[in-house]
Design a protein around this ligand. Structure first.
Ligand code: NDP
Ligand code: 8X3
Length: 256
């Protein structure tokens, strides 16, 4: 297993959910962490908490991943501060709404496309050159079960995660001549702030998504990501679909 101690992990979207759980897990094992997100207060709280708990260095960067200039600035800033990542977790993403396509909100579509595809690419473009310069490390792209299985109301979110799947496979090919491994993890239902965001903070609707079964938790996915990145450098897990035991497809749940 690769020792993460003193290595640097860059995690986009680390103010909650899967990204945040990854930040705590890598830090607990001695890695230094770059965390990003739009919510400054959360970034500052997580930075102080991790630094005091684990004695590692945390570098917060507050910006919107859909802002192309801000992402470019982020990459330049990492280089200037000599923050070369060994691990890159391209995680920031969201869903908005579950309306059928014909009733969908174009604003919601644009937000998902801007965040999950364009933001994903901007972040990759900012970070990959630094990793290529060192010719080492591992990239984890946050795909989803929604990236290979469409479900009613998933439409545009599905399309963005199909795109992540394609881009992750493409990244693997394009980095062939490097030592950098590329993986996408494709979770099913994970209880985070994901559904709250999807339903515009309507807690009842969000809670309903996970009613009657035990979903995955952000920490479960963080542990799997940690394993995927830390196994022998000669092993490349290209993509991994993970569901709770009570979920067998994107729309098939055992709710008791
Ligand atoms: P959360 O809502 O808990 O976390 C999402 C993170 O993304 C937050 O830190 C948020 O930070 C960040 N983010 C969202 N939009 C932007 C933006 N425009 N600019 C910068 N950061 C942004 O959800 P999850 O942890 O569940 O989601 C993480 C990833 O996992 C996403 O890509 C999601 O699609 C994927 N996923 C989630 C599943 C689930 O069931 N939960 C299943 C499969 C995949 P902030 O708001 O501070 O900007
Ligand atoms: C999140 C999981 O099934 O709600 O990517 O799309 S799902």
């Amino acid at each position: 297993m690769i020792d993460v101690k003193n290595k640097l992990v860059v995690i986009t979207g680390a103010t909650s959910g899967i990204g945040k759980a990854c930040a705590y897990l890598y830090a607990k094992n001695g890695a230094n962490i770059v965390i990003t997100g739009r919510r400054a207060e959360r970034l500052s709280h997580i930075t102080n908490d991790i630094e005091s708990k684990y004695g590692v260095k945390v570098y917060p960067f507050c910006f919107d991943i859909t802002d192309r200039d801000a992402c470019e600035e982020f990459g330049l800033s990492l280089k200037e501060k000599n923050l070369y990542p060994y691990f890159f977790i391209n995680n920031a993403g969201l869903a908005k709404g579950v309306a059928p396509l014909q009733d969908g909100s174009i604003d919601d579509w644009e937000e998902m496309i801007d965040t999950n595809i364009k933001g994903f690419l901007y972040a990759a473009k900012a970070v990959l050159p630094l990793m290529i310069e060192k010719n080492e490390g591992c990239i984890i792209n946050l795909g989803s079960i929604a990236g290979s299985q469409v479900y009613p109301g998933g439409n545009v979110y599905n399309a963005t995660k199909f795109a992540v799947r394609a881009l992750s496979l493409a990244m693997n090919m394009d980095l062939l001549k490097t030592n950098i491994r590329v993986s996408s993890i494709e979770p099913g239902a994970v209880e985070t702030e994901f559904s709250l965001v999807r339903f515009n903070q309507d807690k009842e609707k969000a809670d309903n998504v996970y009613k009657g079964f035990t979903p995955l938790h952000a920490e479960d996915i963080a542990e799997i990501i940690y394993f995927m990145t830390c196994i022998s450098e000669n092993i490349n897990i290209q993509h991994l679909l993970v569901t709770p035991t009570a979920q067998r497809s994107a729309s098939l749940f055992n709710r008791g």
